[in-house]
Design a protein around this ligand. Structure first.
Ligand code: PMP
Length: 416
């Protein structure tokens, strides 16, 4: 009996699709209370890029606690915070010649999105925000107002008055460049488009169905934002921390966003943590203007500082890029072997998937089948039509090969 069956009072959660009680996890694997082993192609929805219980992070956190290090301190200055600030500057920002203020808006991805929206409105004095079809930015009312999926907003009374949804790159499927469209509308007083405070986007949309925009489109959005004095916010909550194959998802475009939202794997080993990177000229919140009790989780600072070791050289990025090609190739083979799903290979890096364009409802069945055979796999997209792969970046070659085999077998079982 798993936890869900045992406690029917449990609010509906992931436990339904993963019917097991997990007791232990290490690296790219998890084990349930029956001793069954699972390969993890879900990685805490992207919060575990460095795998479960990384030895270095575990040691740093345990030592910190043994020394009675400060756990809770709101936004006070602590040694742990100073350590993280220094490490992130030295390992991530300086080598990329990036100049940002680092703000800690609370423990979740949603918190960083809310802080960026609020700050962009404050510095521009404008209210509208351009977001894109299929976007997902979080579950609070402000973040929901820029989230495409109507189901997530259902009955919540979310006002979309300040949102302008535009087609994400490739959304129309007929070659319309939505960056050109945005520019045209901004330049046309008769278009009805109010000048927005911000444009917010994911470089690879996760929850929306593993949609990756082109670097050309991204560059055009950057140019348009600069030209019109609009704050460009990249939500790198899921695609960041190396998941795309570079630390920041937008790096291949050579652009610099005005604000960057980070969370999930930033906390290193799954500890709740979020950070908003803000260009210095937009550092305009006064003291106390945007606060919260759980800013600056010191244990997360310790783990996050330790996680920086993965970025001191290019090894992990190269590994991700290499294995991403292996995944892409294999997904192509699965697509070709099962034409009944008319599947499309989507995404890049360690954020890829197969979109079922026929028999979309089979996506969940495929994941359930994979789970039976020891692979944790999830769906994405508005109809759960994308079988998505989000493995930890440290995934071994063996787990990668085995996981892909189980996935292919799951397709075969469901296709019958
Ligand atoms: N933005 C993106 C791109 C996300 O993928 C998510 C979470 N899936 C969020 C924001 C919200 O993060 P959280 O669930 O930590 O609030």
């Amino acid at each position: 009996m798993n936890v869900f069956e045992q406690y029917e009072s449990n609010v509906r959660s992931y436990i339904r699709s993963f019917p097991a009680t997990f007791v232990r996890a290490k690296g790219d694997k998890m084990w349930d209370d029956q001793g069954k082993e699972y390969i993890d192609f879900f990685a805490g929805a992207g919060a575990l890029n460095y795998g479960h219980n990384d030895d270095g992070m575990k040691k740093a956190v345990i030592e910190y606690m043994q020394g009675d290090g400060i756990l809770h301190s709101l936004d006070m200055g602590t040694e742990a915070k100073a350590k993280f600030l220094q490490r992130f500057q030295d390992v991530i920002l300086k080598p990329r010649k990036m100049d940002y203020k680092m703000m800690f808006p609370g423990p979740t991805g949603t918190n960083t999105v809310e802080s960026a929206l609020k700050l962009a409105r404050k510095v521009t004095g404008r209210a509208k925000v351009v977001s894109f079809t299929r976007a997902f930015h979080g579950m609070t009312l402000g973040a929901l107002a820029i989230t495409g999926n109507a189901f997530k907003r259902k009955g919540a009374g979310v006002s979309l008055n300040e949102t302008i949804f535009m087609p994400y790159d490739g959304y129309t499927g007929n070659g319309i460049n939505s960056a050109d469209l945005l520019e045209q509308m901004l330049n046309d007083d008769g278009s009805g488009m109010d000048k927005p405070a911000a444009v917010i986007l994911e470089v690879i949309q996760g929850e929306g169905g593993i949609n990756a925009c082109s670097m050309e489109w991204l560059k055009r959005i950057r140019e348009i934002c600069t030209e019109h004095g609009i704050i460009m916010i990249v939500d790198d909550v899921q695609a960041g921390c190396g998941r795309s194959g570079t630390f920041f998802s937008f790096e291949p475009a050579g652009i610099v966003p005005d604000m960057i939202c980070m969370s999930k794997s930033l906390g290193g080993m799954g500890l709740p943590f979020a950070m908003t990177l803000v260009k210095p000229e937009y550092d305009k919140f006064g003291p106390g203007e945007h606060n919260g009790t759980f800013r600056g989780n010191n244990l997360a600072f310790i783990a996050a500082a330790e996680a920086m070791r993965f970025w001191e050289n290019d090894d992990l990025a190269q590994r991700v890029q290499h294995n991403a090609a292996v995944i892409k190739e294999r997904l192509g083979r699965i697509r070709d072997r099962f034409p009944q799903f008319a599947a499309k290979v989507k995404g890049r890096g360690f954020m890829q998937g197969l979109e079922l364009t026929v028999a979309k409802e089979k996506g969940e069945e495929i994941c359930a089948e994979a789970f039976k055979n020891g692979l944790i796999l999830e769906t994405a997209g508005p109809d759960d039509e994308v079988v998505k792969l989000l493995p930890p970046l440290i995934l071994t070659d063996e787990s990668l090969a085995k996981g892909l085999d189980i996935m292919e077998e799951a397709f075969a079982a469901v296709a019958e």
